[in-house]
Design a protein around this ligand. Structure first.
Ligand SMILES: Nc1nc2c(ncn2[C@@H]2O[C@H](COP(=O)(O)OP(=O)(O)OP(=O)(O)O)[C@@H](O)[C@H]2O)c(=O)[nH]1
Ligand SMILES: [Mg+2]
Length: 333
Protein backbone atom coordinates (compact mmCIF):
# COMPACT_ATOMS: atom_id res chain seq x y z
CA UNK A 1 0.00 0.00 0.00
CA UNK A 2 2.80 2.39 0.92
CA UNK A 3 4.60 1.61 -2.34
CA UNK A 4 1.65 2.40 -4.49
CA UNK A 5 1.13 5.65 -2.58
CA UNK A 6 4.71 6.72 -3.26
CA UNK A 7 4.57 5.82 -6.92
CA UNK A 8 1.42 7.82 -7.39
CA UNK A 9 2.67 10.87 -5.47
CA UNK A 10 3.60 13.61 -7.97
CA UNK A 11 5.88 15.43 -5.51
CA UNK A 12 8.59 12.82 -5.82
CA UNK A 13 8.79 11.70 -9.44
CA UNK A 14 12.55 11.15 -9.19
CA UNK A 15 12.04 8.11 -6.94
CA UNK A 16 9.73 6.26 -9.27
CA UNK A 17 10.63 2.72 -10.22
CA UNK A 18 13.08 2.11 -7.35
CA UNK A 19 12.53 -0.97 -5.21
CA UNK A 20 13.09 -1.82 -1.53
CA UNK A 21 11.79 1.06 0.67
CA UNK A 22 12.96 2.17 4.10
CA UNK A 23 12.03 5.09 6.42
CA UNK A 24 14.49 8.03 6.33
CA UNK A 25 13.21 10.35 9.03
CA UNK A 26 16.29 12.59 9.13
CA UNK A 27 16.14 13.56 5.47
CA UNK A 28 12.41 14.16 5.40
CA UNK A 29 10.47 15.98 8.08
CA UNK A 30 7.62 13.52 7.94
CA UNK A 31 8.59 10.20 9.59
CA UNK A 32 5.93 8.37 7.64
CA UNK A 33 7.60 8.90 4.24
CA UNK A 34 9.58 5.99 2.82
CA UNK A 35 12.56 6.19 0.51
CA UNK A 36 14.52 3.59 -1.46
CA UNK A 37 17.48 2.13 0.47
CA UNK A 38 19.92 2.34 -2.44
CA UNK A 39 18.96 5.76 -3.76
CA UNK A 40 21.91 8.18 -3.99
CA UNK A 41 22.10 11.16 -1.55
CA UNK A 42 21.84 13.59 -4.51
CA UNK A 43 18.54 12.14 -5.45
CA UNK A 44 17.34 12.42 -1.88
CA UNK A 45 18.34 16.06 -1.40
CA UNK A 46 15.42 18.34 -0.56
CA UNK A 47 17.33 21.61 -0.75
CA UNK A 48 17.34 22.13 -4.51
CA UNK A 49 14.96 24.73 -5.88
CA UNK A 50 13.07 22.28 -8.05
CA UNK A 51 12.31 19.96 -5.15
CA UNK A 52 11.36 22.85 -2.89
CA UNK A 53 8.80 23.85 -5.46
CA UNK A 54 7.34 20.37 -5.29
CA UNK A 55 7.04 20.47 -1.49
CA UNK A 56 4.24 23.05 -1.48
CA UNK A 57 1.06 21.46 -0.21
CA UNK A 58 -1.28 20.94 -3.14
CA UNK A 59 -3.72 23.85 -3.37
CA UNK A 60 -7.41 23.07 -3.51
CA UNK A 61 -8.69 24.08 -6.93
CA UNK A 62 -11.53 26.56 -6.92
CA UNK A 63 -14.65 25.12 -8.44
CA UNK A 64 -16.31 27.18 -11.12
CA UNK A 65 -19.92 28.26 -10.61
CA UNK A 66 -20.96 25.78 -13.30
CA UNK A 67 -19.24 22.90 -11.53
CA UNK A 68 -20.56 23.95 -8.12
CA UNK A 69 -24.10 23.92 -9.51
CA UNK A 70 -23.54 20.43 -10.91
CA UNK A 71 -22.62 19.21 -7.41
CA UNK A 72 -25.75 20.63 -5.84
CA UNK A 73 -28.57 18.23 -5.05
CA UNK A 74 -31.60 19.75 -3.33
CA UNK A 75 -34.05 16.82 -3.50
CA UNK A 76 -33.46 13.29 -2.29
CA UNK A 77 -35.86 10.41 -1.70
CA UNK A 78 -34.50 8.42 1.23
CA UNK A 79 -35.70 5.15 2.76
CA UNK A 80 -35.10 5.22 6.50
CA UNK A 81 -35.52 2.27 8.85
CA UNK A 82 -35.02 2.51 12.58
CA UNK A 83 -32.83 -0.13 14.22
CA UNK A 84 -34.39 -3.42 15.27
CA UNK A 85 -35.04 -3.86 18.97
CA UNK A 86 -32.86 -6.48 20.68
CA UNK A 87 -34.30 -9.88 21.60
CA UNK A 88 -35.45 -10.53 25.13
CA UNK A 89 -34.04 -13.53 26.95
CA UNK A 90 -36.09 -16.34 28.39
CA UNK A 91 -34.34 -17.87 31.41
CA UNK A 92 -34.82 -18.58 35.11
CA UNK A 93 -32.95 -17.49 38.14
CA UNK A 94 -30.59 -20.14 39.30
CA UNK A 95 -28.77 -20.07 42.64
CA UNK A 96 -27.52 -22.84 44.91
CA UNK A 97 -30.03 -23.78 47.59
CA UNK A 98 -32.71 -21.52 46.11
CA UNK A 99 -35.72 -23.21 44.64
CA UNK A 100 -38.15 -21.54 42.21
CA UNK A 101 -35.98 -18.49 41.57
CA UNK A 102 -38.45 -17.33 38.93
CA UNK A 103 -37.83 -15.83 35.49
CA UNK A 104 -34.91 -13.38 35.26
CA UNK A 105 -34.45 -12.80 31.53
CA UNK A 106 -33.85 -9.18 30.59
CA UNK A 107 -35.53 -7.23 27.75
CA UNK A 108 -33.67 -6.45 24.56
CA UNK A 109 -32.34 -2.91 24.01
CA UNK A 110 -34.18 -0.32 21.92
CA UNK A 111 -33.47 -0.11 18.22
CA UNK A 112 -31.43 2.98 17.30
CA UNK A 113 -33.11 6.13 15.93
CA UNK A 114 -32.21 7.67 12.59
CA UNK A 115 -32.31 11.45 12.90
CA UNK A 116 -32.03 13.96 10.07
CA UNK A 117 -30.06 16.83 11.53
CA UNK A 118 -29.84 20.19 9.78
CA UNK A 119 -26.36 21.60 9.47
CA UNK A 120 -25.58 25.06 8.11
CA UNK A 121 -22.29 23.85 6.64
CA UNK A 122 -23.91 21.20 4.42
CA UNK A 123 -24.26 22.83 1.01
CA UNK A 124 -25.92 20.01 -0.92
CA UNK A 125 -27.68 16.69 -0.38
CA UNK A 126 -25.27 14.92 -2.73
CA UNK A 127 -23.68 13.01 0.15
CA UNK A 128 -27.03 11.76 1.50
CA UNK A 129 -27.53 8.06 0.67
CA UNK A 130 -30.74 6.53 -0.64
CA UNK A 131 -31.19 4.21 2.37
CA UNK A 132 -30.39 4.39 6.04
CA UNK A 133 -30.75 1.55 8.53
CA UNK A 134 -30.54 2.34 12.24
CA UNK A 135 -28.35 0.31 14.57
CA UNK A 136 -29.95 -2.74 16.20
CA UNK A 137 -30.42 -3.01 19.94
CA UNK A 138 -28.48 -5.68 21.83
CA UNK A 139 -30.14 -8.80 23.23
CA UNK A 140 -31.15 -8.92 26.89
CA UNK A 141 -29.17 -11.03 29.35
CA UNK A 142 -29.60 -13.17 32.43
CA UNK A 143 -30.27 -11.61 35.85
CA UNK A 144 -32.76 -9.13 34.33
CA UNK A 145 -30.07 -7.35 32.34
CA UNK A 146 -31.43 -5.06 29.63
CA UNK A 147 -29.79 -5.20 26.23
CA UNK A 148 -27.75 -2.26 24.91
CA UNK A 149 -29.80 0.29 22.95
CA UNK A 150 -28.83 0.89 19.34
CA UNK A 151 -26.74 4.03 18.78
CA UNK A 152 -28.42 7.02 17.13
CA UNK A 153 -27.57 7.52 13.47
CA UNK A 154 -27.43 11.20 12.46
CA UNK A 155 -27.77 12.26 8.82
CA UNK A 156 -26.62 15.84 8.13
CA UNK A 157 -28.87 17.75 5.62
CA UNK A 158 -29.41 21.20 2.61
CA UNK A 159 -30.59 24.20 5.80
CA UNK A 160 -32.69 26.53 3.67
CA UNK A 161 -31.23 30.03 3.63
CA UNK A 162 -32.57 33.40 4.80
CA UNK A 163 -34.32 34.44 1.59
CA UNK A 164 -32.14 37.30 0.26
CA UNK A 165 -32.76 36.40 -3.39
CA UNK A 166 -36.49 35.93 -2.75
CA UNK A 167 -36.53 39.43 -1.27
CA UNK A 168 -34.72 40.97 -4.23
CA UNK A 169 -37.20 39.28 -6.57
CA UNK A 170 -40.06 40.70 -4.49
CA UNK A 171 -38.88 44.33 -4.52
CA UNK A 172 -37.23 44.61 -7.95
CA UNK A 173 -37.26 43.23 -11.45
CA UNK A 174 -34.14 41.10 -10.83
CA UNK A 175 -34.61 37.34 -11.10
CA UNK A 176 -31.89 35.61 -9.06
CA UNK A 177 -32.31 31.85 -8.52
CA UNK A 178 -34.15 30.79 -5.36
CA UNK A 179 -33.81 27.33 -3.83
CA UNK A 180 -33.97 25.63 -0.45
CA UNK A 181 -30.24 25.12 0.03
CA UNK A 182 -27.43 27.48 0.98
CA UNK A 183 -25.13 28.98 -1.68
CA UNK A 184 -27.85 29.12 -4.33
CA UNK A 185 -26.46 32.54 -5.17
CA UNK A 186 -22.79 32.45 -6.09
CA UNK A 187 -22.52 35.83 -7.79
CA UNK A 188 -24.08 39.13 -6.75
CA UNK A 189 -27.30 40.06 -8.51
CA UNK A 190 -28.34 43.67 -8.81
CA UNK A 191 -31.97 44.72 -8.96
CA UNK A 192 -33.28 48.25 -9.39
CA UNK A 193 -36.00 49.42 -7.01
CA UNK A 194 -38.22 52.17 -8.43
CA UNK A 195 -39.36 54.72 -5.86
CA UNK A 196 -42.50 56.88 -6.05
CA UNK A 197 -40.49 60.07 -6.66
CA UNK A 198 -38.93 58.43 -9.77
CA UNK A 199 -35.69 57.78 -7.96
CA UNK A 200 -34.03 54.41 -8.52
CA UNK A 201 -32.06 52.46 -5.93
CA UNK A 202 -29.77 49.62 -6.94
CA UNK A 203 -29.93 46.71 -4.48
CA UNK A 204 -27.35 43.91 -4.63
CA UNK A 205 -28.10 40.37 -3.48
CA UNK A 206 -24.79 39.08 -2.12
CA UNK A 207 -24.09 35.34 -1.73
CA UNK A 208 -24.56 33.97 1.80
CA UNK A 209 -21.83 34.75 4.33
CA UNK A 210 -21.11 31.82 6.64
CA UNK A 211 -19.20 31.73 9.92
CA UNK A 212 -15.48 31.81 9.11
CA UNK A 213 -16.03 33.70 5.83
CA UNK A 214 -13.21 36.16 6.66
CA UNK A 215 -10.87 33.15 6.56
CA UNK A 216 -12.29 32.35 3.11
CA UNK A 217 -14.63 29.64 4.34
CA UNK A 218 -17.36 29.00 1.73
CA UNK A 219 -15.61 31.37 -0.76
CA UNK A 220 -16.19 34.05 1.91
CA UNK A 221 -13.48 36.51 0.83
CA UNK A 222 -14.84 36.74 -2.71
CA UNK A 223 -18.31 37.44 -1.31
CA UNK A 224 -17.18 39.91 1.35
CA UNK A 225 -15.36 41.95 -1.28
CA UNK A 226 -18.67 42.89 -2.88
CA UNK A 227 -19.98 44.31 0.40
CA UNK A 228 -17.16 46.85 0.57
CA UNK A 229 -18.75 48.77 -2.32
CA UNK A 230 -22.18 49.02 -0.68
CA UNK A 231 -22.77 52.32 1.15
CA UNK A 232 -25.60 50.85 3.27
CA UNK A 233 -26.63 47.32 4.15
CA UNK A 234 -29.73 45.21 4.77
CA UNK A 235 -29.06 42.27 7.06
CA UNK A 236 -31.58 39.56 6.14
CA UNK A 237 -32.24 37.07 8.95
CA UNK A 238 -34.20 33.82 8.76
CA UNK A 239 -36.76 34.21 11.52
CA UNK A 240 -37.92 30.59 11.23
CA UNK A 241 -34.80 29.12 12.87
CA UNK A 242 -34.06 29.13 16.61
CA UNK A 243 -32.08 32.09 17.94
CA UNK A 244 -32.14 34.20 14.73
CA UNK A 245 -30.14 36.97 16.43
CA UNK A 246 -27.03 34.77 16.28
CA UNK A 247 -27.14 35.17 12.46
CA UNK A 248 -26.79 38.93 12.90
CA UNK A 249 -23.95 38.52 15.42
CA UNK A 250 -22.16 36.17 13.01
CA UNK A 251 -22.65 38.49 10.03
CA UNK A 252 -21.40 41.55 11.90
CA UNK A 253 -18.44 39.62 13.28
CA UNK A 254 -17.42 38.42 9.81
CA UNK A 255 -17.72 41.92 8.32
CA UNK A 256 -15.68 43.42 11.13
CA UNK A 257 -12.98 40.77 10.83
CA UNK A 258 -12.79 41.33 7.10
CA UNK A 259 -12.59 45.14 7.27
CA UNK A 260 -12.71 47.18 10.46
CA UNK A 261 -15.75 49.45 10.59
CA UNK A 262 -17.64 47.59 7.84
CA UNK A 263 -20.31 46.33 10.25
CA UNK A 264 -20.90 49.90 11.42
CA UNK A 265 -22.14 51.10 8.02
CA UNK A 266 -25.73 52.42 7.98
CA UNK A 267 -27.99 49.39 7.95
CA UNK A 268 -31.42 47.93 8.68
CA UNK A 269 -32.27 44.46 9.97
CA UNK A 270 -34.84 42.43 8.02
CA UNK A 271 -36.52 39.46 9.71
CA UNK A 272 -37.81 37.30 6.87
CA UNK A 273 -40.30 34.38 6.68
CA UNK A 274 -42.77 35.95 9.08
CA UNK A 275 -45.52 34.00 7.26
CA UNK A 276 -44.39 30.87 9.13
CA UNK A 277 -46.07 30.50 12.56
CA UNK A 278 -42.87 29.63 14.43
CA UNK A 279 -41.17 32.68 12.89
CA UNK A 280 -43.91 35.08 13.97
CA UNK A 281 -43.70 33.75 17.53
CA UNK A 282 -39.97 34.52 17.62
CA UNK A 283 -40.33 38.16 16.59
CA UNK A 284 -40.74 39.72 20.11
CA UNK A 285 -37.69 37.78 21.31
CA UNK A 286 -35.63 39.06 18.38
CA UNK A 287 -36.71 42.68 18.94
CA UNK A 288 -35.81 42.40 22.62
CA UNK A 289 -32.39 40.93 21.81
CA UNK A 290 -31.58 43.54 19.19
CA UNK A 291 -32.85 46.40 21.32
CA UNK A 292 -34.22 47.97 18.12
CA UNK A 293 -36.86 47.39 15.48
CA UNK A 294 -36.36 44.68 12.92
CA UNK A 295 -38.41 44.89 9.73
CA UNK A 296 -40.53 41.75 9.92
CA UNK A 297 -41.74 40.68 6.48
CA UNK A 298 -42.31 37.79 4.16
CA UNK A 299 -40.62 37.75 0.79
CA UNK A 300 -42.95 34.94 -0.28
CA UNK A 301 -46.31 36.53 0.57
CA UNK A 302 -45.16 40.14 0.19
CA UNK A 303 -46.30 41.01 3.73
CA UNK A 304 -44.85 44.31 5.02
CA UNK A 305 -42.63 44.96 2.01
CA UNK A 306 -43.74 48.63 2.09
CA UNK A 307 -41.98 49.14 5.43
CA UNK A 308 -38.77 47.78 3.93
CA UNK A 309 -39.08 50.12 0.94
CA UNK A 310 -39.54 53.09 3.27
CA UNK A 311 -36.41 52.16 5.23
CA UNK A 312 -34.52 51.62 2.00
CA UNK A 313 -35.48 55.07 0.77
CA UNK A 314 -34.43 56.58 4.11
CA UNK A 315 -31.03 54.88 3.99
CA UNK A 316 -30.58 56.00 0.39
CA UNK A 317 -31.57 59.62 1.08
CA UNK A 318 -29.20 59.77 4.08
CA UNK A 319 -26.39 58.44 1.89
CA UNK A 320 -27.09 61.01 -0.86
CA UNK A 321 -27.17 63.83 1.70
CA UNK A 322 -23.87 62.66 3.26
CA UNK A 323 -22.19 62.47 -0.15
CA UNK A 324 -23.36 65.95 -1.13
CA UNK A 325 -22.11 67.28 2.22
CA UNK A 326 -18.69 65.85 1.42
CA UNK A 327 -18.81 67.61 -1.92
CA UNK A 328 -19.18 64.36 -3.87
CA UNK A 329 -21.83 63.59 -6.45
CA UNK A 330 -23.68 60.36 -5.50
CA UNK A 331 -23.98 57.64 -8.11
CA UNK A 332 -27.36 57.73 -9.87
CA UNK A 333 -29.05 54.72 -11.51
N1 LIG B 1 -41.91 30.52 4.08
C1 LIG B 1 -41.05 31.35 3.50
N2 LIG B 1 -40.02 30.85 2.80
C2 LIG B 1 -39.17 31.72 2.21
C3 LIG B 1 -39.32 33.12 2.31
N3 LIG B 1 -38.31 33.71 1.64
C4 LIG B 1 -37.56 32.72 1.13
N4 LIG B 1 -38.08 31.51 1.46
C5 LIG B 1 -37.57 30.19 1.10
O1 LIG B 1 -36.25 30.08 1.64
C6 LIG B 1 -35.43 29.34 0.76
C7 LIG B 1 -34.16 30.12 0.45
O2 LIG B 1 -34.48 31.28 -0.31
P1 LIG B 1 -33.39 32.08 -1.16
O3 LIG B 1 -34.05 33.35 -1.60
O4 LIG B 1 -32.79 31.23 -2.22
O5 LIG B 1 -32.32 32.35 -0.03
P2 LIG B 1 -30.91 33.11 -0.14
O6 LIG B 1 -30.74 33.86 1.13
O7 LIG B 1 -30.84 33.91 -1.40
O8 LIG B 1 -29.92 31.87 -0.20
P3 LIG B 1 -28.42 31.84 -0.78
O9 LIG B 1 -28.43 32.42 -2.15
O10 LIG B 1 -28.12 30.39 -0.80
O11 LIG B 1 -27.54 32.60 0.17
C8 LIG B 1 -36.27 29.05 -0.49
O12 LIG B 1 -36.77 27.73 -0.36
C9 LIG B 1 -37.39 30.06 -0.41
O13 LIG B 1 -38.58 29.59 -1.01
C10 LIG B 1 -40.44 33.63 3.07
O14 LIG B 1 -40.68 34.82 3.23
N5 LIG B 1 -41.26 32.69 3.64
MG1 LIG C 1 -29.65 33.69 -3.01
Amino acid sequence: MIRSRLFSARSWPVLEGLGCWTPLARVFPSPGRLLPQHASPRLLSVSCAGCTKHQDPPRKKRLSEKKLKRHFVDHRRVLVRGGRGGDGVSCFHSEPRKEFGGPDGGDGGYGGHVILRVDRQVKSLSSVLSQYQGFDGGAGGRKNCFGRSGAILYVQVGFPNAGKSSLLRAISNARPAVASYPFTTLNPHVGVVHCEDHQQIAVADIPGIVRGAHQNRGLGLAFLRHIERCPFLLFVLDLSVPEPWTQLDDLKYELEQYREGLSGRPHAVVANKVDLPQARARLPQLQARLGREAIALSATTGENLEELLLHLKELHDDHVAAELERGRQPLRW
